[in-house]
Design a protein around this ligand. Sequence first.
Ligand code: FES
Ligand SMILES: [Fe+2]
Length: 379
Amino acid sequence: MTRWDDGKTQTAPVSPDITDENNALPAKYFTEPDVWEMEKEKVFSRYWIYAGHANCIDEPGDYFTRTVGDSQVIVVRDQDDDVRAFYNVCAHRGSKMVEDTPMTDPGNMGRIQCPYHLWTYDLEGNLRTTPKSFEEASLNPDLEDDDVQEFDGEDNGLMEVHTDTVGPFVFVNLDDDPMSLDEQTGKMKDELEELPLGDYEHARRIVSEVECNWKVFGGNYSECDHCEANHQDWIEGIALDESELEVNDYHWVLHYTHAQDVDDELRIHDEHEAKFYYLWPNFTVNMYGTADGYGTYIIDPIDEKRFNLVADYFFADSDLSEEEEQFIETSRQLQEEDFELVERQYEGLSMGALGQAQLGPNEHTVHKLHRLAQEAYDA
Ligand code: FES
Ligand SMILES: [Fe+2]
């Protein structure tokens, strides 16, 4: 049952059983700043977080940055063609080295140089050069130049972050000893790696700042009970009653059947449906039924009440046809409709009246999201 926060009701942790009355995450977990502080550690520093697409950093030296919780990471392709990630923190005195944004568009650098005192690292993270002032002790009366130690490139290198991939999708993990990415992605990994995802090019990115907690958008993405009332254009081509929601350990998949069969060539995957994967905590892969391409969302929290939606689109060619442009526009419209919904929901949640929501029987994907959050908080 719905629990109003009238000062008498106590909210309980979300129950593992969706038929239980405590089947939603208490509302305060969506609105309290302390929860976001906890999530930085218990969610964003423990699980594998999607960083970006390997095709965006094709050549040695190509890189992009990511902010994960409070940490900034540089993801770079090294000279051996491997993708690596480093904290954006200089090994000298800890300055940030490249500008921070939640997710930069790719750039290229031959070496990673700290602007503060110009320590310079290779793409493997080893310290390569320091200015002359670090090789002699001319200003220090207590030291002779001969006393000056040589810096070991590796010992004074950048701090590396765990990376792993599913197809061309690059993930990072800030934990010292993380669970494997295979465990977190489960059968989603096998399904995605059967597809030629790497053959598709990054064609478009749309970044939107939304005034709402990231989990509220995650919940909205995970169900289509709201579609009939709110996505008139989208449901036109979809047989909603034939949709299927599949729940796995750390991901769930929404299968939507098209009312009319769609030409095979318009799909990267061969099922007669659209397939939307949500991977805990904040990544989605969108396999469309009506476009030969796919998309990804990063639901990137800024704080407890704001997130950026980073929407990327991948097509066979980054030069888009008119139909593909049109497709992205329709997708954009869907996002804007959802932004309105989740911002309205967030305003409601922020009033503090609701203690704990009541989920319906077909909101089991939302329940899964809430459960994973609860498990992370309890760990
Ligand atoms: S802090 Fe980076 S070179 Fe000094
Ligand atoms: Fe929606």
